[in-house]
Design a protein around this ligand. Structure first.
Ligand code: GLY
Length: 341
């Protein structure tokens, strides 16, 4: 089967049935799967042929300690430079598996089967791998493209509603950045319909991946345009640092809504466009109330890893399907939210 996308002629992204695709995508030779206990149980027949290493679940497992444990397990298994690492799971598994694979013995080949909506439309695609350090998101990591990513919408059926919704936040983000048609399609749909209509979902997943694949194809190492993919993330990371009430996608939804408000304050969005963004997020079921006071989030945003020498690269929607990156002094970030207070 032809990949839906090929990023920088190195990383193929397939959208379709995993059973057909995986056999064709994997190279000959030894494959070690990195996954978690839930994914291992849900997709036992798919994973049965492979040696498996498990990582814990939740952000708390995305650490250098987990990475160290996986290195030791790979040594115990006698994994060598010819071993292929297959990360099967959501964003935590793919971030950790990609980091381990691209650093163990100076780098093994690897690929992913993304089993959550968030991983399919964002985390597994684009070659960012890494772990959190001292509670700060993705502070240690590397850019390394997986040989392939398989995204099978049918694998999303067992996903809890809350996890599914988290992926929708990244889909809204992709739509806002560069695809007004995707945004309109999401407006015409509903949470329930997206859960029930795999065909529709397949097209929307493909559209969201296209946004990311195009941008990463032009700016793999986030020197400029790729920063757009961080829309809503400066505040989302601050939310995740200050509170464990929201998962990543839920925090991104709050971050997008706040940045839409800032864009309106700056005159980049009109009131109707800003309302459309907030209404879509609310209709998909997101609670847009930050879980901690905005002042605290703004203080925390000063420590974002994308803060370079006192400057934040902030991403603002500039229409539905368009956004801009602006560099502002960290100290001025708070002034963008005077309307929200
Ligand atoms: N999740 C943002 C990026 O991959 O660049």
């Amino acid at each position: 089967m032809k990949p839906a996308f090929e990023i920088r002629e190195r990383s193929r992204v397939y959208v379709g049935p995993v059973g057909d695709l995986l056999a064709g995508a994997l190279p000959e030779g030894r494959v070690v799967v990195v996954t978690d206990a839930t994914v291992e149980r849900l997709f036992a027949p798919l994973l049965a042929p492979y040696e498996r290493l498990l990582v814990g679940q939740g952000e708390a497992s995305k650490t250098l300690r987990t990475v160290g444990e996986l290195y030791e397990r790979l040594i115990d298994l006698g994994a060598d430079r010819s071993t292929f690492i297959l990360g099967v799971g959501g964003g935590i598994v793919t971030d950790v598996a990609g980091f381990v694979a691209s650093t163990y013995m100076r780098g093994l080949r690897f690929g992913f089967v993304a089993t959550t909506l968030l991983a399919q439309v964002d985390a597994s695609v684009g070659g960012k791998n890494g772990v959190n350090v001292a509670g700060y998101k993705n502070m240690a990591g590397c850019f390394a493209q997986p040989d392939f990513v398989v995204c099978d919408p049918a694998m999303l059926r067992p996903l809890p509603d809350r996890e599914f919704r988290a992926g929708l936040a990244e889909m809204v983000k992709a739509a806002l950045i560069a695809d007004g048609d995707l945004f309109a399609a999401l407006e015409r749909s509903s949470f329930a319909a997206l859960r029930e209509a795999p065909e529709q979902l397949r097209d929307l997943i493909t559209a969201a991946i296209r946004v990311k694949a195009d941008i990463v194809g032009r700016d793999e190492r986030e020197r400029g345009e790729r920063r757009k993919l961080n829309l809503g993330h400066t505040l989302a990371h601050a939310i995740e640092k200050c509170s464990d009430r929201m998962n990543h996608g839920e925090a991104v939804a709050v971050g997008i809504a706040l940045m839409a408000g800032a864009a309106r304050q700056l005159g980049l969005l009109d009131a109707a466009q800003c309302d459309r963004i907030v209404r879509l997020l609310e209709r998909l079921g997101f609670d847009l109330q930050p879980p901690v006071p905005l002042e605290r989030l703004l203080r925390e945003a000063g420590h974002d890893k994308k803060n370079e020498q006192g400057t934040l690269h902030i991403v603002l929607p500039a229409g539905i399907g368009d956004c801009v990156v602006r560099d502002i002094p960290t100290a001025e970030f708070a002034t963008l939210f005077t309307d929200a207070r």
